[in-house]
Design a protein around this ligand. Sequence first.
Ligand code: MG
Ligand code: MG
Length: 255
Amino acid sequence: MSMIKTPEQIALMRDAGRVVATTLAAVRAAAGVGVTLRELDTLAAETIATAGATPAFLNYHPRWASVPFPGVICTSVNDAVVHGIPDGYTLQDGDLLSVDCGAFLQGWCGDAAISFIVGTPDPVDQALIDATDAALARGIEAARIGNKMGDLAYAIGGAARRAGYGMLADHGGHGIGRTMHAEPPVPNDGRPGRGIKLTEGLVIAIEPMLILGRKDDYYHDDDEWTLRSANGRRAAHSEHTVAITADGPVILTLP
Ligand code: MG
Ligand code: MG
């Protein structure tokens, strides 16, 4: 299937993206001390269903996973970078929670993630989140006709490295449309001037994943899904689905 979407298709993806943004906002508002990840997952399921959409992650089963993903959202706490399973864990004061959400509406997918502190923030954790959001913003800013994918990847990775953080450099974003994960890959680090040309109608998910400290190492949890930082330090993840248009980058996953 073509990677290029028409303006009409992008408008439909905007509707899907709005559902994702609304769900993330609801989860964030509910994510207080004493709330379990499973309760947040139930809230996400209800929010997506109320919008007439279907969750993209539930029972998602890529070839590399031995078991399908059991949740509606990914909830990654503290040293969990991405793909955390929403289980019975009860949120504690100061936890760093990353929430990733995908949903289909009318056959089109939206995908976005946010990171935030539950309760009282540690300034070090908040700075990590701010740097992750900033790296995402740099990537979005580079999602322009005439740039190459390497320019976008370098914008993300350069921002993260200069700020002094490690990152999951071998994980990144992706094309998105009628499937959640499509061509092309959107790396979180790269070299300017390399890779495919960014063209009008390309829709991509951009998603930096930053780790405290300068190390990139991570490992798979026993649950087969959660990726955790090898140094045990905290990590953050931010993501938007973005359309490359003649008017510049358009974020599709806003409320
Ligand atoms: Mg995502
Ligand atoms: Mg994604």
